[in-house]
Design a protein around this ligand. Structure first.
Ligand SMILES: Cc1ncc(COP(=O)(O)O)c(C=O)c1O
Length: 358
């Protein structure tokens, strides 16, 4: 029986550390809906400072952080947002910005590096003062790192260029920064510089940073005041939320420094997988903690059998399509786990190839 578990399904699967549990147990709390939870106050102030914005707001999830941000920027009926066709907001958030917010989406093709061509963004901007038929563009959304593009990073230069386009046309810029600390680590730039051009950013605490629950949105004081009201509307106002903020505070201080190591281990694992004849990875896409690998056509290896074999050996992964698998590393994956995973993938592939031959 296998007792070891290597959970590579996502970086959301981490368990709170002892330090987080201790901080939660000892947190000084009060009613945050009344605005008097000292731990939430301290954490939000710290996040605003780190991100270089005026104010911050703790929210239960990244999905709610994005939804609130889009709705605040698009509060006028008939608003449209420009966003990537492969972005998390567009693909995985239940279409909430349209079903709940009445915001219309104008998608622009995401390139494999997570960018959208600036010329395509600019060509997508619509102004009904010139045309009776169109919704009004009010917002552009970027995603950094871009999850579906394999955790690739948008640079300061690119983000600033999109910011300039937004400014030129009187639009706002929101960044889905679920993994923005992974981007800042990989690019070697302070996170505040990376989001300087943005009017708002949503940052997940429960992904690379390893906190058990929560996200934070940051922006101007007036943006956060509106966001707070919407958070309450959506049922996201939580009472003694300092319990969660205490763990998030530890995550911020303990785990940002571990991301570089996560990225190194990701490269080692990706490199090893890429050397298996039947599998392939675009190594240029490995910038942070996410790997998508493909099974080569005609190799007789199947996603289903590979996933089953790995699961039997305690390794949990996420099928991404009928011929590809996603792996995500995090601070609770050791070098030893990486080597174990690699050797299990090698065995699984070899077994499937031999079974077909026999
Ligand atoms: C890029 C990105 N944005 C937003 C989210 C949503 O976060 P949550 O699961 O906390 O709602 C995710 C979740 O995986 C994500 O990967």
């Amino acid at each position: 029986m296998v007792t070891r578990t290597v959970d590579l399904r996502s970086d959301t699967v981490t368990k709170p550390t002892e330090a987080m549990r201790a901080a939660m147990a000892n947190a000084d709390v009060d009613d945050d809906v009344l605005g008097v939870d000292p731990t939430a106050y301290r954490f939000e102030a710290e996040m605003a400072k780190v991100m270089g914005k005026e104010a911050a707001l703790f929210v239960p999830s990244g999905t709610m952080g994005n939804l609130i941000s889009v709705l605040v920027h698009c509060e006028i009926r008939g608003s449209e947002v420009i966003l990537g066709d492969n972005s998390h907001i567009h693909v995985y958030e239940n279409g909430g910005i349209s079903t709940i917010g009445n915001v219309h989406s104008k998608t622009v093709k995401n390139n494999s590096d997570g960018t959208m061509d600036i010329s395509l963004i600019e060509a997508s901007i619509r102004d009904p003062e010139e045309e009776l038929y169109y919704p009004t563009t009010r917002l552009i959304c970027l995603e950094n790192t871009h999850a579906n593009c394999g955790g690739r990073c948008l640079t300061v230069e690119y983000t600033n260029k999109v910011g300039e386009v937004a400014k030129k046309h009187g639009l706002k810029l929101h960044i889905d920064g679920a993994r923005i600390f992974n981007a800042s680590t990989a690019l070697g730039v302070p996170v505040s510089k990376l989001v300087q051009a943005a009017d708002s950013v949503s940052v997940c605490l429960s992904k690379g940073l390893g906190a058990p629950i929560g996200s934070v949105i940051v922006g101007s004081k007036s943006f956060i005041a509106k966001a707070k009201r919407l958070r309450k509307t959506l049922g996201g106002g939580m009472r003694q939320v300092g319990i969660l903020c205490a763990a998030a505070y530890v995550a911020l201080h303990e785990n940002v420094g571990k991301l570089e190591d996560d990225h190194k281990k990701t490269k080692i694992l990706a490199d090893g997988i890429n050397q298996i004849k039947e599998l392939s990875i675009d190594m240029s896409s490995i910038e942070t903690n996410i790997i998508f690998f493909d099974i080569l056509e005609g190799s007789n290896v199947t996603v289903e059998k590979l996933v089953q074999f790995l699961e039997k050996h305690g390794i949990l992964v996420m099928p991404a399509s009928s011929s590809s698998i996603r792996l995500v590393l995090h601070h609770q994956i050791s070098e030893c786990d990486v080597q174990y995973t690699l050797s299990c993938i090698q065995q699984a592939v070899q077994l499937q190839v031999e079974n077909v031959r026999n």
